[in-house]
Design a protein. Structure first.
Lengths: 385, 425
C-alpha cells in the first residue's frame, strides 16, 4: 500500500471523527436545552409522564421535579398534621361538595386533562360529578383522615417509588422514597399505620423472577418501621428462614397492630397474619395474593392464581376457610376494596379502552350475580365510611 | 480437505519472528485496530441497551410483556445469521467486508431508533436488525484476529481484543448516564451520540483493516489450492465430523448449558443481600472490569502453559463464584470476591476458547467454524437461562444453583480427559 493512499485514509478518518464528535456534542447541547424547556412547560401543564406529587395550592411555577429535591425523609409531622389529628370530621369542602358522608377516593382515568389525579365522589353517584384534587398518584388509599399516595420518580436508570402521606385535605405530610415501582398501598382503619409495596425487580406479579419490598410506616408518629422482610416468620409454631421472602398487599385489622399480607417463598404464596409490636408474621393459609379484609373482619377478598398472569377474584372465609370464587370471570390483578360487607370493588383493565384503560368494578361477595361497572375510567378505589 | 496448522507450520512462522515471546505488545496491529472498532461499537451499542428497557417502559409506556418479547428477539436473532455470515466470509475470503457490513448495519440501526420513535413493531424490528449486525460481524472478526496472529500468541491476541471490547461495554453505559444527566429524558441524544460513535468505529475497520493474507499459505502449501467450492454447506457439515472441532463444540455447549446467566446470578445475589437499585448496575461494571483487567494476562498465561489448563481453570473459577454465592454469608466483601471470580472466568475462557478453536480449524473454514461454535454455545446459553428459570420456580433459587454447580463440576470432570485425549492426538 502506497504511503499517499495511507495518508488519504488517515485524512478521511480524521474528518469523519471530527464530524461525528461535533455532531454528537452539538446534538447533546441542543437536547439539554430542549430538556430544560420541557421541564418548564410541564410545570404549568403536567402530563401523565410525570406522575410526581404536585402539592395542592403550590404555585404553578413549581417544577414537577420539586418532590425530588426534598430531603430523603422530611420531618414527618408538619404543622399540617395537627389538623388531621383533629377528631372532628374532615371538612372536604373542596369543590363545594360535602364529603362528610361515605365517599369514594380514587384516581381519575376518565378526563384526560386530569389523568392520574385523585378524585372524590359520593358512593351513590360515582359516575356523576367528581371532585378533582390536584394530586397525581399511581396508587391512592385513604382512611381515617389520612391518605397514602404512591408515585414514581426516575433516577438515572432506575425508578423509585415516592410514598407520600397526606392529610384530610390531601396536603402532603411526609414522604418516604424507596427503590422500585409502586404497586400496593393501604392505611389502617384508625390511620395509625400505612403500608405500601413496590416491585424491586420484575414489573408484574406474573413475572417469575419478580421481587417485591413492602414497607410499613407509622403514619401517626411519622417513622418508617422498615421492611416486612425483617419480621420473624412462624409456621406451625416454628420459625422458618429462607432467602427468598417477598411480601405484598398488606390489609389492616381495626386493631391496627394486626394485619394480613401475602408472603411468597419457594414459589408458594401464603396468607400471613402479622403482629406489628411482636414483629412476627404467622403463616395462615396457602394460595392467597393481595388479601383485603372485609369490614366485619370475617372474610378476605383476594386474587387466586389460576395460571401465570391469570387470577380469579375469590373470597376466603376466615373461620371455615371456605373459598368462594366471585362472579367476575376476567382476570383481576388488584388488591380488592370492600364497598360494604356484601360487595367488593376492584380495578379491572379494559383492553378496548385506550391506555391506561381501567375501570372500577363491583361484584357481590357471595359469588352470586355478575360483575358490574362501578366507576368508569377510574382506578385504585378506597371507600371512606 | 482440512489443513490444521501442523508443527511444521508453527516452526516456519516462528522463524519469521525470531525470538518472539508471547507479549501483548507484539500483537499484530490488525488486532488493535479490530479492538478499536469493537471498543467504539460496544460503547455505541451498550449505551443504547443499558437504557433501552427504561426508554421503553417509561418514555414509551410499553408493557413489561412487550419488553420481554423484545429481550427474546435480542437473544434469538443472531443464531442463523452467524453461520450464514461465516460461510459467506469464507467463500468470498472477505472477512473484513462481511464484518464491516455487520458493523455498518448496527450503526444505521441507531439512526433507525431515532426514526422508529414510538411504534412498537418498528423498534422491535430495528433492534432485531441491530442484533443481526452483531451476528454478522462476530465470527469474521474473530477469524481475522486468529489469521493475523502468530499461533504462539493467539490467546494473547484474543485477550487484547476482549479487553478493548469490554472496555467499550463499560464506557457505554457511563456515557449514557452522563448524557441523560445533561439532558434528562432526552433519549434522542443517546441515539445520535451512539450513531456517531459507531460511525467512527466503522471508519476504523473500513479504512485501516486489510483482509488477512494467510489464506495464501493454504494454496502455496497444497499446490492444489483450496478452491472456493470447498466452502459449502457440505464442507461445513463435514467440519462437524472433525474430531477436535466436534469435541470443542460439544464441550463448549455442554459447559454453556450448566452456566447461569449473569443477570440471573445477580438476582440470586440480590436475594442473598440487600443491594440498592442505584448500585445494581455496579455488578455489571465490576464483572466487566475484572474481565477487562484479566483478559490479557489470561491470554498470555494460556500461550505460556497451554490453552486447555487456562480454559478449565476459568470454569473452575466460575464454580467457585457459584460456591461463594451459595455457601458464604453475602456482604459487600464476599459479593466483590464473587464478581472477581466471575470476571476472571470470562477472561480465562472467552478469548481462550476462540484461540483453541482457531488452532484446530482449517484456515479456509475458520470463520464458519467459529460461527458454528458460538452458535452452539449461544443456543446452549439460551436454553440454560430458560432451564434455570424453570428450576428456580420449582425448587427455589438456592437449590437451582446447587443443581447447576453439580452439573458444572460433572461436565468439567467428563470434559477434561476427553479434551486432553482428542487434542493431544
Amino acid at each position: 500500500m502506497s504511503a499517499s493512499s495511507n495518508n488519504v485514509k488517515k485524512l478521511v478518518f480524521l474528518l469523519i471523527t471530527l464530524l461525528c464528535v461535533v455532531v454528537a456534542v452539538l446534538y447533546t447541547r441542543f437536547a439539554a436545552r430542549t430538556a430544560n424547556v420541557t421541564v418548564g412547560n410541564l410545570a404549568s401543564a403536567p402530563t401523565v409522564q410525570s406522575l410526581s406529587v404536585v402539592p395542592l395550592g403550590s404555585p404553578s411555577a413549581n417544577p414537577p421535579a420539586h418532590s425530588q429535591r426534598e430531603p430523603l425523609q422530611r420531618p414527618l409531622v408538619s404543622p399540617l398534621a395537627s389538623r388531621s389529628d383533629n377528631p372532628a370530621p374532615p371538612s372536604h369542602e373542596l369543590g363545594g361538595q360535602s364529603q362528610a358522608k361515605p365517599h369514594l377516593v380514587a384516581l381519575n382515568l376518565r378526563d384526560s386533562a386530569e389523568l392520574g389525579k385523585v378524585t372524590l365522589s359520593a358512593l351513590d353517584a360515582v359516575d356523576g360529578p367528581r371532585t378533582t384534587i390536584n394530586l397525581r398518584c399511581e396508587k391512592i388509599y385513604f382512611a381515617a383522615h389520612k391518605g397514602i399516595c404512591l408515585s414514581r420518580e426516575i433516577r438515572g436508570f432506575s425508578a423509585r417509588t415516592v410514598a407520600t402521606l397526606v392529610d384530610a385535605n390531601f396536603q402532603p405530610l411526609s414522604s418516604v422514597r424507596t427503590d422500585g415501582i409502586p404497586t400496593r398501598a393501604r392505611i389502617s382503619p384508625d390511620g395509625r399505620y400505612a403500608a405500601f409495596t413496590v416491585f424491586v425487580s420484575g414489573h408484574s406479579y406474573a413475572d417469575a423472577q419478580m421481587s417485591t419490598a413492602t414497607l410499613l410506616l407509622d403514619a401517626a408518629a411519622g417513622a418508617s418501621l422498615g421492611n416486612l422482610e425483617e419480621f420473624k416468620v412462624l409456621q406451625d409454631g416454628n420459625v422458618i428462614k429462607s432467602l427468598d421472602f417477598n411480601y405484598w398487599g398488606v390489609t389492616f385489622q381495626h386493631d391496627s397492630n394486626f394485619f394480613y399480607a401475602t408472603l411468597r417463598t419457594g414459589g408458594v404464596n401464603y396468607l400471613v397474619h402479622g403482629d406489628i409490636k411482636a414483629k412476627t408474621v404467622t403463616v395462615t393459609y396457602r394460595g392467597v395474593e393481595c388479601p383485603s379484609l372485609s369490614p366485619d373482619e370475617s372474610r378476605i377478598a383476594f386474587k387466586k392464581m389460576i395460571s401465570r398472569g391469570n387470577w380469579r377474584l375469590t373470597v376466603l372465609n376466615l373461620t371455615t376457610f371456605e373459598e368462594i370464587p366471585l362472579a367476575e370471570t376476567r382476570s383481576v390483578d388488584d388488591q380488592a376494596e370492600w364497598l360494604d360487607n356484601d360487595h367488593v370493588l376492584y380495578t379491572r383493565l379494559e383492553p378496548a379502552a385506550p391506555p391506561p384503560g381501567m375501570s372500577i368494578m363491583v361484584v357481590s361477595a357471595d359469588g352470586s350475580g355478575q360483575a358490574k361497572l362501578f366507576a368508569k375510567g377510574a382506578a385504585s378505589p378506597a371507600v371512606v365510611r | 480437505m482440512y489443513q490444521a496448522e501442523t508443527p511444521a507450520d508453527l516452526l516456519k512462522k516462528k522463524r519469521k519472528l525470531p525470538g518472539s515471546r508471547s507479549s501483548w505488545t507484539r500483537v499484530a496491529s490488525t488486532v488493535f485496530l479490530l479492538g478499536t472498532t469493537s471498543l467504539l461499537t460496544d460503547i455505541s451499542s451498550e449505551m443504547v441497551s443499558a437504557m433501552l428497557p427504561l426508554y421503553l417502559l417509561v418514555a414509551l409506556r410499553f408493557s413489561p410483556f412487550q419488553v420481554g418479547v423484545m429481550d427474546g428477539l435480542y437473544q434469538g436473532a443472531t443464531v442463523l445469521v452467524r453461520v450464514m455470515s461465516g460461510l459467506v466470509a469464507d467463500r468470498w475470503r472477505r472477512p473484513k467486508q462481511v464484518a464491516a457490513v455487520g458493523y455498518g448495519l448496527s450503526a444505521v440501526c441507531k439512526l433507525g431508533l431515532l426514526i422508529a420513535s414510538s411504534s412498537w413493531t418498528a423498534i422491535a424490528g430495528v433492534m432485531l436488525l441491530d442484533r443481526v449486525g452483531k451476528g454478522i460481524r462476530t465470527a469474521p472478526r474473530d477469524a481475522m484476529i486468529a489469521a493475523s496472529s502468530q499461533p504462539e500468541q493467539l490467546a494473547t491476541a484474543f485477550g487484547v481484543h476482549r479487553a478493548m471490547d469490554t472496555a467499550g461495554a463499560m464506557i457505554g453505559p457511563l456515557l449514557a448516564v452522563a448524557i441523560l444527566s445533561i439532558a434528562p429524558e432526552q433519549y434522542d441524544a443517546i441515539f445520535v451520540v451512539s450513531f456517531c460513535v459507531a460511525l467512527i468505529g466503522l471508519a476504523v475497520i473500513v479504512l485501516f483493516v486489510d483482509n488477512p493474507a494467510d489464506r495464501a499459505v493454504d494454496e502455496s502449501e497444497d499446490g492444489s489450492s483450496v478452491s472456493q467450492a470447498a466452502v459449502s454447506l457440505r464442507s461445513m457439515i463435514a467440519l462437524l465430523w472433525q474430531a477436535e472441532f466436534r469435541t470443542l463444540i460439544i464441550v463448549g455447549s455442554a459447559l454453556a448449558l450448566v452456566t447461569v446467566s449473569d443477570s440471573l446470578l445477580y438476582l440470586v445475589l440480590r436475594q442473598r443481600m440487600t443491594i440498592p437499585n442505584g448500585l445494581f448496575p455496579l455488578l455489571y461494571v465490576v464483572t466487566a472490569l475484572m474481565f477487562m483487567i484479566f483478559a490479557i494476562p489470561a491470554g498470555w498465561l494460556a500461550d505460556r502453559i497451554g490453552h486447555k489448563p487456562v480454559f478449565f481453570l476459568g470454569y473452575g473459577l466460575l464454580a467457585g463464584a457459584y460456591g461463594i454465592l451459595l455457601v458464604l454469608q453475602m456482604n459487600y466483601l464476599t459479593a466483590v470476591l464473587m464478581l472477581i471470580l466471575l470476571g476472571s472466568y470470562y477472561a480465562a475462557t472467552d478469548g481462550v476458547f476462540m484461540a483453541m478453536a482457531s488452532r484446530v480449524l482449517p484456515t479456509h473454514l475458520r470463520t464458519t467454524g467459529l460461527a458454528l461454535l458460538t452458535t452452539g454455545t449461544g443456543l446452549a446459553r439460551l436454553l440454560a437461562s430458560t432451564l434455570y428459570g424453570i428450576v428456580w420456580s420449582w425448587f427455589g433459587a438456592e437449590r437451582a444453583l446447587m443443581i447447576f454447580i453439580g452439573g458444572l463440576v460433572a461436565v468439567l470432570l467428563l470434559a477434561w480427559p476427553t479434551v486432553q485425549r482428542v487434542l493431544e492426538n
